[in-house]
Design a protein around this ligand. Structure first.
Ligand code: NDP
Ligand code: MG
Ligand code: MG
Length: 332
């Protein structure tokens, strides 16, 4: 059974007085910098270049520094640049300034688990991985809540690595929900498997398949969009709030019966086999290898995916219906 830490059994003490450098000011970087600062910790934002992030950090009241300058003055280095950029940032801007007793902190285990970054033994290496997108990590914190986090320790030179991970988890708002103890291996593999098979890949393709099929069959795309894309949020919200039983109690008996009988035909044993195969590719390191190679070629597949989606029928209709969807959204 998983060990879950909550607000009461955690403390910020292990991070008090530490100089924390947050590298990157994107999805997670901004949320972490703001939440940690609001929790009373000493945060500096380190960036590679002047640009969008630099401007945003200044607007939010930070005084961003060049990565190496932030690193030189820090006790704790938090890697919140994209996973594929971390290896180079580490090699060029962190490793040369590493001192004994510094902490290297990650929000995802990719670079440590697949050994793209191999820190010396005399530093602590640990992880605080929010189980939600950066803007939500910020939004929940501001509203008094928190997104659950995973914590893990890879190297424990100080013997205090877990306490420090939990202090950061608390400052992020994570322990208001709960901080689950895990390993770099488990976090890395489950995160990749989850985003590929469900959260990003699976759900997106299922919505697209349903939407495009309805449109092909001659139904109005606006009607198809509301049915197969927009309404998914409401169903997922019900599962989120009340579990599957809560969701099922809220839909009609016709929907329950159709769901039980047809769902298993759409998502069948073959789909499960594909999920297993995707998971095996993650576990064997094959996926990591493929992604590193793609990144090395300038991410052509990723770029094409973004371009195709931007031009898709789904997005065209979504943009057209945005006004209606916004108008209907509950106020406050
Ligand atoms: P983002 O893509 O949002 O990070 C962008 C930031 O990194 C910007 O400040 C950007 O600066 C900078 N940056 C971009 N490219 C480079 C580069 N080549 N070298 C140096 N800096 C660069 O990252 P995420 O927040 O998505 O991810 C950060 C970490 O958090 C990852 O380990 C990820 O796996 C993990 N994570 C992310 C989640 C999410 O919700 N996105 C959820 C949980 C974990 P500029 O503006 O100048 O380009
Ligand atoms: Mg994730
Ligand atoms: Mg991820």
């Amino acid at each position: 059974i998983a060990k879950i830490y909550t607000e009461k059994e955690t403390s910020l003490d292990a991070m008090k007085g530490k100089r924390i450098a947050i590298l990157g000011y994107g999805s997670q970087g901004r949320a972490w910098a703001l939440n940690l600062r609001d929790s009373g910790l000493n945060v500096t934002v380190g960036l590679e270049r002047e640009g969008k992030s630099w401007e945003q950090a200044k607007q939010d009241g930070f005084n961003p520094k060049r990565t190496e300058d932030a690193v030189k003055e820090a006790d704790v280095i938090i890697f919140l640049v994209p996973d594929m950029a971390q290896r180079v940032v580490y090699r060029e801007k962190v490793q040369p300034y590493l001192r004994e007793r510094m902490d290297l902190v990650f929000a995802h285990g990719f670079n440590i688990h697949y050994r793209l970054i191999e820190p010396p033994n005399n530093v602590d290496v640990y992880m605080v991985a929010p189980k939600g997108p950066g803007p939500i990590v910020r939004e929940f914190y501001v509203k008094g809540g928190g997104v659950p986090v995973l914590v893990a320790v890879h190297q424990n030179h100080s013997n205090k690595a877990l306490e420090k991970a939990l202090a950061i988890a608390k400052a992020l708002g994570g322990t208001r929900a709960g901080a689950i103890e895990t390993t770099f291996k488990e976090e890395t593999e489950t995160d990749l498997i989850g985003e590929q098979t469900i959260l990003v890949g699976g759900v997106m393709e299922l919505m697209k398949a349903a939407f495009e099929t309805l449109v092909e069959m001659g139904y109005q795309p606006e009607v198809a969009y509301f049915e197969t894309i927009n309404e998914l949020k409401m169903i997922v919200d019900l599962v989120y709030d009340k579990g599957f039983m809560g969701m099922l109690r809220s839909v009609s008996d016709t929907a329950k019966y159709g769901g039980f009988t047809v769902g298993k035909k759409v998502i069948n044993e073959e789909t499960r086999q594909r999920i297993r195969e995707a998971a095996e590719r993650v576990r064997s390191g094959k996926f990591a290898e493929e992604w590193i190679e793609e990144y090395g070629r300038g991410s052509p597949v990723l770029k094409k995916g973004m371009e195709d989606m931007d031009k898709s029928k789904e997005e065209e209709i979504g943009r057209r219906l945005k006004e209606i969807i916004e108008r209907g959204r509950p106020k406050s």
